[in-house]
Write a protein that binds this ligand. Structure first.
Ligand code: 1PR
Length: 524
């Protein structure tokens, strides 16, 4: 029996699903005594360090946890569950950690995008049962802005490179913790969990000691989901956001079936966009929550869900917060939520009033779940101008001349699935969202969506040049070469595509084969 310490932040469903897939029985901690009586304890942590320690203290978990770990009983910490073992974190100075390992958790300061999101390698520093069956060249899914620094090298099990070496796993006897998410790291991640379940075997060193990086560029499959005329939730796909063909909504299959197919083909992440979520309250959209729950039983890579995440008051005057919606999605198996229209509203208000409210969906969700859990989905459209002085927006010089020979353009944000044009540019929304706490930008492009013409590299460069968080390039992929171009001509951390995969014109395997040896990708 595995005891899982769920302190109420983030996606523990995926950890439970992964452990159950491996045949384990899992119960969650309900009272402090459940920690003391555990046979094997798994502690997945997500979100902010201070909030985690606050909840652990409030629930009376800190003292039994310290006793359990210092007694050298089987323990696996995941992500924040590793950071908790240290004395404290720069994320919330003054908040003591569990103090098991001497050291402090520090923010990355490497000049590379932060959070460190994606698939990265590891370099083993000592033999471990966790490495059984590993070659040493596997990649695991990381998502964090802070990393542990210790003076006690005897704890360090592996290091990983992200603009410098950091501690990616620790172990002493049966107490281990990993900074990455094994439950989100495909078959190799499941391998780590299986090894923890069989902790009595001999420690091994992976045979291939290779460099531990660089971070792989991610290939993301996107599923635009909505209800069709028959009331079924289907994957659809538009051309420049128009999802109808001969008046009917295109039906490309069941969301969970496609997600499973893309996972098996090697997708590094799956994104679901509930494209009509802005109309209704997604919390009442139970089918979407069910899709997530079913998907997370079979898909062991990160899942993002977007559509309709905002504060909302229904006709009966009942108020639902964006945080509650995000919570419901996380509980159902999502790792990140994506905010579209509401992000534009938030930035607009911020500009009008000259300061953040402190209560926006971006601030509220990132405060509790961490910035890595908040993606901003931007739906811009190109607008040509004769001169940069024509508009008070971020204007770029373009090689693609406008209809009247214009040499300049800006990227106008839209809301409501491209329906409403707003007086805000994509660079401003991305930059201000980052300031408010967003951890990643999903950069769509209405002009390229569904066209197979390739990504809009000028748009992607305009945004990546102005933000410090990872940017996901989206819209327009039509061939494997388009992925090569976006990764070599821009600083995009990931590339997302939909139509080209759904129509079977290109597979994720073919994309990775094309990139292999030229661009760092994860192989499965
Ligand atoms: O505004 O917070 O409710 O979120 C709504 C979300 O739904 C937004 O993320 C918005 O991008 C998305 N959305 C709304 N309407 C549509 C539509 O198509 N009518 N889909 C829509 C946006 C864009 C991409 C697409 C890529 C790749 N889809 O996600 O998957 O462009 O496509 P391609 O590879 O086929 O070119 P809110």
């Amino acid at each position: 029996m595995i005891t899982l310490l769920d302190y109420g932040a983030g996606n523990v469903r995926s950890v439970i699903n992964a452990l159950e897939r491996l045949g384990a029985k899992v119960k969650t901690v309900q009272r402090p005594e459940d920690i003391s009586s555990a046979e094997k304890l798994v502690f997945p942590g997500v979100g902010a360090f201070g909030n985690m320690m606050h909840v652990l203290n409030r629930k009376g978990y800190v003292s039994p946890l310290i006793s359990y770990i210092t007694a050298g009983r089987p323990f696996l910490g995941i992500c924040l569950g590793l950071q908790a073992l240290f004395d404290g974190s720069e994320e919330d100075p003054g908040v003591p950690g569990l103090g098991i390992i001497p050291g402090i958790v520090k923010r990355f300061g490497t000049g590379l995008p932060v959070p460190h999101i994606g698939w990265n390698g590891f370099k083993a520093q000592q033999p471990s049962i966790l490495f059984r069956g590993m070659h040493g060249d596997e990649k695991f899914y990381f998502v964090h802005s802070y990393h542990a620094v210790t003076t006690d090298k005897s704890w360090v099990l592996s290091t990983t490179d992200y603009g410098g070496k950091f501690v990616s796993a620790v172990q002493r006897g049966p107490v281990a913790a990993v900074q990455f998410h094994p439950e989100k790291s495909g078959t190799h991640g499941l391998g780590i969990l299986k090894n923890f379940l069989e902790f009595n075997a001999e420690p091994v060193m992976p045979p291939t000691a290779i460099r531990s990086g660089p971070l792989a560029k991610r290939i993301i499959a996107c599923l635009d989901v909505r209800t069709d005329e028959g009331g079924r939730l289907v994957v659809t796909k538009g051309d420049r956001y128009d999802v109808r063909e001969n008046g009917l909504i295109r039906n490309l299959g069941k969301p969970e079936d496609l997600a499973k197919r893309y996972y098996e083909e090697g997708a590094d992440e799956i994104t679901f966009l509930n494209i009509t979520g802005f109309r209704n309250l997604p919390l009442k959209d139970m089918p979407m929550l069910d899709v997530l729950k079913r998907t997370s039983e079979n898909v062991f890579v990160p899942l993002t869900i977007g559509g309709g995440i905002r504060d909302y008051t229904d006709l009966d005057g009942i108020h639902y917060s964006a945080l509650e919606m995000a919570e419901a999605y996380f509980r159902s198996g999502a790792d990140k939520i994506s905010i579209g229209s509401e992000a534009v509203n938030i930035v607009e208000t911020c500009i009008e009033t000259g300061r953040p409210t402190g209560r926006s969906a971006i601030e509220g969700i990132s405060r509790i779940y961490g910035s890595q859990a908040v993606v901003i989905s931007i739906d811009p459209r190109r607008v040509y101008v004769s001169s940069p002085e024509d508009v008070p927006h971020h204007v770029i010089e373009t090689v693609f001349r406008g209809p009247r020979g214009e040499r300049y353009c800006w990227y106008q944000c839209t809301t409501g699935g491209g329906r409403q044009k707003r007086d805000l540019d994509a660079v401003t929304v991305a930059r201000m969202s980052e300031k408010l706490g967003a951890g990643e930008i999903l950069l769509n492009c209405i002009d390229r969506d569904g066209t197979n013409e390739g990504f809009d590299l000028e748009l992607i460069n305009a945004v990546t040049d102005n933000v410090g968080v990872p940017v996901i390039a989206s819209s327009g992929a039509g061939a494997a070469q388009d992925f090569f171009d976006v990764f070599t001509e821009t600083r995009a951390s990931a590339a997302l595509a939909a139509g080209v995969f759904h129509r079977g014109e290109l597979s994720i395997k073919e994309v990775k084969k094309h990139l292999s040896g030229k661009v760092e990708v994860r192989s499965i």
